[in-house]
Design a protein around this ligand. Structure first.
Ligand code: KIV
Length: 269
């Protein structure tokens, strides 16, 4: 009987090579069981720092500690065998200097087993991206609406509504691509700008609220599953998990109260 070879993970160069080709399917995941399901369909699984809000009830991503990213990153790597797992660098773990970024990103890579890290910022982070990539850490960049800078940006606003702002976003995209990022997330960006950037850079663009003009798409899993109480307008909701959980819990509570619960002899028969 021949043994199946272990599934090989999608690599960073394979994702980079999808520029202009088959669209890259990406989703977030923060825990092993959902990651196992997502792994069958996604090329890239992002352990996003959105987990602070989605899993831990925080108001923003600013308070997410590095240790939390490592715990969830490790769980997602354990639950997967095929997708490229990318772990977000949380606020405060990489901005200070390239050396600090390297120390923390190396910790994330070693302690989770992920294939790459993601960090927010364009031109201002280019030197750090180059420093990490030259030392063996693949980086996915993230520009446009960057939630970790929401205090500076004055909230969560779609970027590029005024054409005068386009050159700065385009310069950000070029800077991260030239610095060696293998892909770039474009978040919350008007379609013409996302299309221009996608046409200008040699690395794949992965959009979230940035139109179909990108080389791939990413959504927060809980948002598209219908589990998040509120979702951004651009999110297409594919499931009704919130309702399904509510119904199941209500049915369970009713069974318990009515003593309609299988006895041990039934369960262990
Ligand atoms: O944290 C996150 O989930 C992200 C995606 C929304 C791109 O950065």
């Amino acid at each position: 009987m021949s043994k199946q070879p272990p599934a090989r993970r999608i690599t960073v160069p394979q994702v980079a090579a999808r520029k202009g080709g088959e669209p890259i399917v990406s989703l977030t995941s923060y825990h092993a069981h959902t990651a196992r399901i997502v792994d069958r369909f996604a090329d890239v699984i992002l352990v996003g720092d959105s987990l602070g809000m989605v899993m831990h009830g925080m108001d923003s991503t600013i308070g997410v500690p590095l240790e939390l990213m490592i715990i969830h990153g490790r769980a997602v790597v354990r639950g997967t065998s095929r997708a490229l797992v990318v772990v977000d660098m949380p606020f405060g773990s990489y901005e200070e200097s390239p050396a600090v970024a390297f120390r923390n990103a190396a910790r994330v890579m070693k302690e989770t087993g992920c294939g790459a890290v993601k960090l927010e910022g364009g031109e201002r982070m280019a030197e750090t991206i180059r420093f990490l990539v030259e030392r063996g850490i693949p980086v996915m960049a993230h520009i446009g609406l960057t939630p970790q800078s929401s205090h500076v940006m004055g909230g969560f606003r779609t970027q590029g509504r005024d054409e005068e702002s386009w050159p700065a976003h385009e310069a950000d995209a070029r800077a991260v691509a030239e610095a060696g990022a293998f892909a770039v997330v474009l978040e919350g960006m008007v379609e013409p700008l996302a299309a221009r950037i996608t046409g200008q850079v040699k690395i794949p663009t992965i959009g979230i609220g940035a139109s179909a003009a990108c080389d791939g798409q990413i959504l927060v899993l809980e948002d598209m599953l219908g589990l998040s109480p509120r979702v951004p307008k651009f999110v297409r909701v594919y499931g009704a998990l919130g309702e399904a959980i509510e119904k199941a819990v209500a049915d369970y509570a009713a069974d318990v109260k009515a003593r309609r619960f299988p006895g041990e002899d039934e369960v262990y028969r």
